[in-house]
Write a protein that binds this ligand. Structure first.
Ligand code: NOJ
Length: 533
């Protein structure tokens, strides 16, 4: 990392990497990845040259939702390792110039959390107000029409007290009541506990969720009934997305910056429009980074993606940093969703993601173009999508990392059944690709290096250029990017100077021929000022 990058916020122009720990590397032979496994592969991440890693949930949990049902915010899940392991991991990552972000789940706790166990003991219990309780509707039944993430009522009845408690996800994930000041105080302490241990920051789960409507009004039907805009046909207007949540992030930002302006809050802001996402940046006093779901859910076409990029950049307050990612543990992997398994499309997506201004976030396996794995129903482990009324399965994007082509994919010891099946690890694996300069992995590494050199430490400036249909041409600082999002060759109408990198890597062979870009390919060139300005 050069001096320039250190002077700015470290995430500007940087590359983050999401490690889904359970699928990363199993070092104790139980079929699940663990923290020592993350440690063992830090050199790989350093070789890739990522600037930071976001760890999937590390805290103790009954694992009904694989760690997103926390039963102790100040500990480490014993199946993943110990607090010492985590401390060591942070220290070892620091030696390799990498920061570590933890996943923080403030919207709900596990019903096994001592707060909930106490809260359910009676209406007068000390922690009752930590959760959202309500009497049955006047005619009986749940207090509102709100739906949980499985498509059933978001309310569970507690026989003993005759009241319902709210759970926007599984019934064993009780929503916290952010109208209760003591909940704020608890989370301030949680933040400080981890910041004191040297954590660089947090990815904030369900950032749009925290506060619920004080009057408990019914959610209206959604005009657009897809997964981005609605929950099983309802718009989450009252069960989430309340404006009061912004006060929490302003408070947390102050805590974060009291440590250093280099500590970070990154929100899982699952909202449907870029301007609603941008609202989580406040006036530059809330979350520094927000995941861009409108981009993730956009079609893989030049106008759709370029359109969201333009909207996002217009919506963000001046000086705020956008985030570009295309996969995570809740959605289909982009080499499948966008690419249909066609490696040309995965390469093109990586080239674009890595050259947009701001922060680039890779999901484990993206760099080798890992695709979704068809997990047979009997082997599925995600309760939310397999016990619900529908919705896309999430297990397909959570399968073990492909380290090599061996029968265990290099993930665990021979004879140990992995927690989810491997899928096809014959060629899309790290060992096969690492030494092959023509591989996706090497392309991805080259892209990371190029972006670090070209605009590390800055939020580069972006400008879309006019071009023929299907071609996305843009400038980012001194770079010119041309990306052909069609199955036909497209002739460029801007002169391309010296090409720095193409979807084929260091060569342009098979990509660019006398100003014509082959189908589903792209190039990054040095911008020639006299031509485009
Ligand atoms: C978002 C997480 O990414 C997802 O995996 C989880 O099920 C929900 N939030 C609930 O915590």
């Amino acid at each position: 990392m050069d001096a320039k990058r250190r002077a700015a916020r470290w995430w500007h122009g940087a590359t983050l990497y999401q490690v889904y720990i359970r699928s990363w590397l199993d070092t104790n032979g139980d079929g699940y990845g663990d923290l020592p496994g993350v440690m063992a592969k830090l050199d790989y991440l350093a070789w890739l040259d990522v600037d930071g890693i976001w760890l999937s949930p590390t805290m103790p949990s009954p694992d009904d939702d694989w760690g997103y049902d926390v039963s102790d915010y100040l500990g480490v899940h014993p199946e993943l390792g110990t607090l010492d392991d985590l401390d060591r991991l942070v220290a070892e990552a620091a030696k390799r110039n990498m920061k570590v972000l933890l996943d923080l789940v403030p919207n709900h706790t596990s019903t096994a959390h001592p707060w909930f166990v106490e809260a359910v003991s009676g209406r007068d219990s000390a922690h009752r107000s930590y959760y959202v309780w309500a009497d049955p509707a006047p005619g009986g039944g749940p207090p509102t029409n709100w739906l949980d993430a499985t498509g059933h009522s978001a309310w569970a009845f507690d026989e003993a007290s005759g009241q319902y408690y709210l759970h926007n996800f599984l019934a064993s994930q009780a929503d916290l009541n952010w109208w209760e000041p003591a909940v704020h105080e608890e989370f301030r302490e949680i933040l400080r506990f981890w910041f004191d241990r040297g954590i660089a920051g947090f990815r904030i789960d369900v950032a749009q969720g925290l506060y619920k409507d004080a009057e408990l009004r019914d959610d209206p039907p959604s005009a657009t009934p897809d997964r981005l805009h609605s929950r099983f046909g309802l718009e989450q207007l009252y069960s989430a997305n309340r404006p009061e949540s912004h006060s929490v992030f302003r408070d947390w930002r102050k805590i974060t910056e009291s440590y250093s302006p280099q500590r970070l809050l990154l929100g899982e802001t699952w909202v449907s429009e870029p301007d609603r996402m941008a609202a989580f940046h406040g006036q530059g006093d809330e979350l520094q980074l927000t995941f861009n779901f409108p981009f993730i859910f956009a079609d893989f076409t030049a106008p759709a993606l370029a359109g969201i990029v333009a909207e996002t950049l217009a919506a963000l307050p001046a000086g705020e940093c956008p985030v570009w990612t295309a996969s995570n543990h809740d959605i289909s992997r982009f080499p499948s969703r966008w690419g249909g398994g066609d490696e040309r499309k995965a390469r093109l997506a990586l080239l674009v993601l890595a050259t947009l201004p701001g922060t680039f976030v890779l999901y484990y396996g993206d760099e080798i173009a890992m695709t979704d794995v068809d997990v047979p129903p009997a082997l599925r482990r995600d309760r939310i999508t397999s016990s619900g009324l529908g919705g896309d399965g999430r297990d397909r994007a959570r399968t073990p990392m492909h380290w090599d082509a061996s029968p265990t994919a290099g993930f665990t010891a021979e004879g140990v059944p992995p927690w989810l099946p491997y899928g096809d690890n014959a060629s899309r694996n790290v060992a096969a690709q690492r030494d092959d300069p023509a591989s996706v992995l090497r392309l991805c590494r080259d892209l990371i290096a190029l972006r670090a050199r070209a605009f590390g430490g800055r939020i580069a400036s972006y400008r879309e250029l006019p071009g023929p249909p299907g071609l996305w041409t843009y400038r980012v600082d001194d770079l010119l990017i041309a990306a052909n999002f069609t199955g036909e060759p497209v002739t460029l109408d801007v002169p391309i100077g010296s090409v720095l990198l193409s979807t084929a890597g260091a060569t342009t062979e098979g990509v660019l021929d006398r100003g014509t870009l082959a189908p589903w390919t792209g190039v990054i060139a040095r911008h020639q000022p006299k031509d485009a300005d």
